[in-house]
Design a protein around this ligand. Structure first.
Ligand SMILES: NC(=O)c1ccc[n+]([C@@H]2O[C@H](COP(=O)([O-])OP(=O)(O)OC[C@H]3O[C@@H](n4cnc5c(N)ncnc54)[C@H](O)[C@@H]3O)[C@@H](O)[C@H]2O)c1
Length: 303
């Protein structure tokens, strides 16, 4: 098949692109290289059609999409702290950019699987969080992802096939510590033999999800005949940031203690996904635990 991955030079998009190439698909990667790096695609650079295009440029995307059978839309701006500084830019790229992808799908009649986020939920009272929970984003990033979902719903009502996957704290090799979550930030500190920095008391609970499982969810959602849904993609297992630091310090072999700093604005206190919908609809179950995933990426430390 001819497939497009937007954000394919980024962390999740590059893993997905490599997987699709391995499965024998032709893949065009659309990425502005604003955050990701072509380095992430180096080992498959001769096997992909790389297009340095901004998803806000509809006409350029149209040129690539006219021959496509489907699109995996991963491109977005993903830093919560930065989203407070540039809310309008987050709205443009994450919401309007997604609308552009949906417009392509409508024009050419293919299916969209795209990255939404657990950040649409904000702080909840009931756990585990089901997909129909009230959406209360705590930051402009989460708000922009919620707006992307509103576009997806609108286009689905117009018979566009679109599945939104709400990822929870994805980790793996190739994450940019400057913009990404806590795992690459801790790794960055540990490789320098410095203690991980915990913001707040470290009791924030997260669902750390290994990138290979996220790739599989994308592919299953694409292949399945289901036309529209939003699904939680997570392990469903809660781990505190304090516990995460302890596991990572143990795996690093260093004898240090984390340091604590003031809590950051817009951070969710507790996050636990109900993942039964993805199991029921696309037969997806996560296969890699946090420890197994960390063990896979830790040999890369210092290399
Ligand atoms: N990593 C996580 O834990 C996580 C959690 C929830 C949701 N998500 C979502 O998953 C998707 C992928 O995240 P990631 O961690 O791989 O992020 P990433 O920053 O590594 O990758 C995003 C890619 O999008 C590209 N991009 C940004 N703006 C663009 C634009 N205007 N036009 C074209 N390309 C553009 C960047 O250059 C980058 O290569 C994003 O939509 C993100 O919001 C990620």
């Amino acid at each position: 098949m001819n497939l497009i991955v937007t954000g394919g030079a980024g962390f999740i998009g590059s893993h997905l692109t490599k997987y699709l190439i391995k499965k024998g698909h032709s893949v065009s990667v659309i990425d502005s290289l604003r955050r990701g790096s072509f380095e992430n695609l180096r080992e498959i650079k001769d096997q992909i059609d790389f297009q340095e295009i901004d998803i806000l440029d509809y006409e350029k995307m149209k040129n690539i999409a006219k021959n496509a059978d489907g699109i995996f839309h991963q491109a977005a701006l993903g830093s919560i702290p930065q989203s407070f500084k540039e809310p309008e830019e987050y709205h443009r790229v994450n919401a309007i950019g997604t609308e552009n992808v949906l417009k392509l799908a409508k024009e050419f009649g293919f299916k969209v699987v795209y990255a939404s986020s657990s950040s649409v939920y904000g702080n909840q009272d009931k756990f585990p969080i089901k997909e129909d929970a009230e959406k209360k984003p705590l930051n402009p990033y989460g708000q922009s992802k919620l707006e992307s979902e509103q576009f997806a719903k609108k286009y689905a009502d117009d018979r566009v096939k679109v599945i939104g996957l709400r990822y929870f704290n994805v980790f793996g090799i190739g994450q940019n510590p400057n913009y990404a979550g806590v795992v690459p930030k801790f790794i960055e500190r540990l490789v320098q033999h410095k203690p991980p920095i915990i913001y707040g008391d470290g009791n924030q609970l997260r669902n750390f999800t290994f990138v290979d499982d996220v790739v599989e969810a994308n592919v299953l959602a694409f292949e399945n005949k289901i036309e529209h849904s939003f699904m939680n993609i997570a392990t469903g297992v809660m781990t505190s940031v304090k516990e995460l630091a302890a596991i990572m310090i143990r795996l690093s072999g260093l004898s240090i203690e984390p340091t604590y700093e003031k809590a950051r604005d817009g951070d969710i206190e507790k996050s636990q996904a109900d993942i039964s919908l993805a199991k029921n609809l696309i037969n997806w179950v996560p296969k890699t635990t946090l420890e197994e995933g960390l063990e896979k990426i830790f040999p890369k430390i210092g290399s």
